[in-house]
Design a protein around this ligand. Structure first.
Ligand SMILES: Nc1ncnc2c1ncn2[C@@H]1O[C@H](COP(=O)(O)OP(=O)(O)OP(=O)(O)O)[C@@H](O)[C@H]1O
Ligand SMILES: [Mg+2]
Length: 270
């Protein structure tokens, strides 16, 4: 009896997931084998640009242990509500942009999430399938570094998912990213392309651009793997400082900056 009820419950959840996925539009998983390379920055700013262009956009944080999405949108103090049907209700960050992060479910800002495998998988399935996402054109998922339970749960449950890989040109990042690419190959995940972040530094004083790595590493990695190279993004301290001051993503705070222009080119490719 328990097994029958368990199976029924699972089938209902799968059905609910399929119905929800049908209204989420184009789905992109922003991932990398490496931490700190700009996944959250890329996810937030691409989502913001698409919402600003009039598309309806969802943004989900599956970085359960280090959720940064709400902070990157300056929404750390907002709280997620639950509707009458028991579904989580994503926050509206701006017109056309809905966001869900575990950070906005925690009782305390500093609270650690100490979940292990099955609990993490269950939470992520709930964040996608049992959440009141509106009808969307784009759904961006910001992931933790590597290809652990969080990313694998998304990969296994979203058949039409495309991966947006973020790397820097540093050899250590490239070798970790190569492992993530191997995982995507093994799981048969569609790869939209590779973004080469922090490839150069834009001087905040004079605007001069200086390469940070021996340019070409990320491009070569993409070519070797046979995946599209989506171009490079400079490190642009003026844009990130403007974002922190205005408490909006950098594409809004520094619209004419070299980084915003490159991110806009990238958003237009999606
Ligand atoms: N192109 C850029 N120009 C300037 N600063 C950047 C750029 N890309 C990322 N950063 C900064 O680098 C830091 C790390 O970026 P981010 O949090 O997006 O990386 P992440 O890959 O999501 O990290 P984690 O693996 O911890 O989730 C942030 O402070 C962010 O503002
Ligand atoms: Mg991040």
């Amino acid at each position: 009896m328990t097994t029958t009820l368990g199976t029924l419950d699972q089938r209902l959840r799968q059905k609910e997931m399929a119905v929800t996925l049908g209204r989420l539009g184009k789905k992109y998983l922003v991932l990398s084998g490496k931490g700190g390379v700009g996944k959250t920055t890329v996810a937030v700013n691409l989502a913001w640009l698409k919402a600003k262009a009039g598309y309806r956009v969802g943004l989900l944080d599956i970085d359960l242990h280090g959720p940064d999405l709400a902070g990157a949108l300056y929404l750390g103090d907002s709280r997620i509500t639950v509707d009458d049907g028991g579904h989580l209700v994503p926050m509206e960050a701006k017109e056309n942009l809905w966001v869900l992060s575990v950070q906005n479910l925690l009782g305390r800002k500093e609270e650690a999430v100490m979940w292990r495998g099955p609990r993490k998988m269950r939470a992520i399935i709930q964040f996608i399938g049992e959440t009141a996402w509106p009808e969307l054109d784009y759904f961006f998922i910001d992931s933790p570094p590597g290809t652990g339970d969080e990313s694998l749960t998304v990969i296994r449950n979203i058949p039409d998912l495309k991966a947006l890989i973020v790397s820097t040109g540093h050899p250590m990042a490239l070798s970790d990213v190569a492992k993530a690419m191997d995982c995507l190959k093994i799981t048969g995940t569609d790869v939209f392309g590779l973004i080469d972040n922090l490839s150069s530094l834009i001087c905040p004083e004079c605007g001069k651009e200086t390469p940070l790595y021996d340019l070409g590493g990320a491009r070569d990695l993409a070519a070797q793997a046979g995946i599209p190279y989506l171009g490079s993004l400079p490190m642009d301290p003026s844009a990130t400082i403007a974002a922190d001051r205005a408490k909006v993503p950098l594409v809004e705070a520094a619209p004419g900056s070299p980084l915003t222009l490159k991110l806009t080119d990238l958003a237009n490719k999606l």
